[in-house]
Design a protein around this ligand. Structure first.
Ligand code: ADP
Ligand code: MG
Length: 238
């Protein structure tokens, strides 16, 4: 676990400026939800934290370490995407073990971590199955398990539930929250669904056109939206 400090980040793709000085302080162990309309820069910001996208200007720190120039594999971050990206030719167990084997972790420790994560996520009976033999919700749990076994300092989620049906989304919301309550890993969770944001977040960052409009608890934003954009976004049906 560690705080994540995003300091005055700018991002340009060629001549196109898509982020204009974004600053967010995420506390150690916090569940921070990043919301905003499509194209506002949520994924770009997450990918910059993960090291999958270069930072045009500004800095990102994890704890006291500036990570701008740290390779993704050395950042101690695990990311869960909406399209699971499980390895189709590997079993659930192998999917979860893969990143740990790359890091040359001892087999016994790998097994221990997998059993533990599988227990938390309800995957214990599914460890020998292949991804194609799983439902959408089970696959997303495996993706979360694969992130969990690495015991990262920071979890990043990019709209992890958007491919699931409405009922499963509600179930998975509370599963992700209870995972967080157990592990207390600092989390940045991206969604464009304001109900998801309001129900899951410790605090919410509202982004719009590459700037931060407001940061606050769900209650802050509900009671005291800082401007019309935030008021409209929070009040809109998902
Ligand atoms: P969000 O995740 O909030 O929907 P993104 O972070 O994906 O938004 O995109 C932010 C802006 O950056 C958008 O205008 C998008 O078109 C642009 N963008 C994202 N990736 C690229 C890229 N590789 N090249 C050029 N523009 C990009
Ligand atoms: Mg996105």
């Amino acid at each position: 676990m560690a705080p994540v400090t995003i300091d005055n980040i700018r991002k340009s793709y060629g001549n196109l400026d898509v982020m204009h000085g974004v600053s967010v302080d995420i506390e150690d162990g916090e569940f921070m939800v990043l919301v905003g309309p499509s194209g506002c820069g949520k994924s770009t910001l997450l990918r910059m934290i993960a090291g999958l996208e270069s930072i045009t200007d500004g800095s990102i720190r994890i704890g006291s370490r500036i990570i701008n120039d740290v390779a993704p594999k050395d950042r101690d971050i695990a990311m869960v995407f909406q399209n699971y990206a499980l390895y189709p030719h590997m079993t659930v167990r192998e999917n979860m073990a893969f990143a740990l084997r790359l890091r040359k972790m001892a087999a016994q420790e790998i097994d221990k971590r997998i059993e533990q994560a599988a227990g938390i996520l309800g995957l214990s009976a599914l460890l020998d199955r292949y991804p194609r033999q799983l439902s959408g919700g089970q696959r997303q749990r495996v993706a979360m398990g694969r992130a969990t076994v690495r015991d990262p300092q920071v979890f990043l989620f990019d709209e992890p539930l958007s491919n699931l049906d409405a009922k499963l989304r509600v179930t998975m919301r509370s599963e992700i929250k209870s995972l967080h309550q157990r592990l207390r890993t600092t989390t940045v969770y991206v969604t464009h669904d304001q109900v998801e944001a309001m129900t899951m977040a410790d605090r919410i960052v509202v982004m719009h056109n590459g700037v931060v409009e407001q940061i606050g608890t769900p209650l802050d934003l509900y009671d005291r939206p800082g401007n019309l954009f935030v008021a409209g976004f929070i009040g809109s049906p998902s």
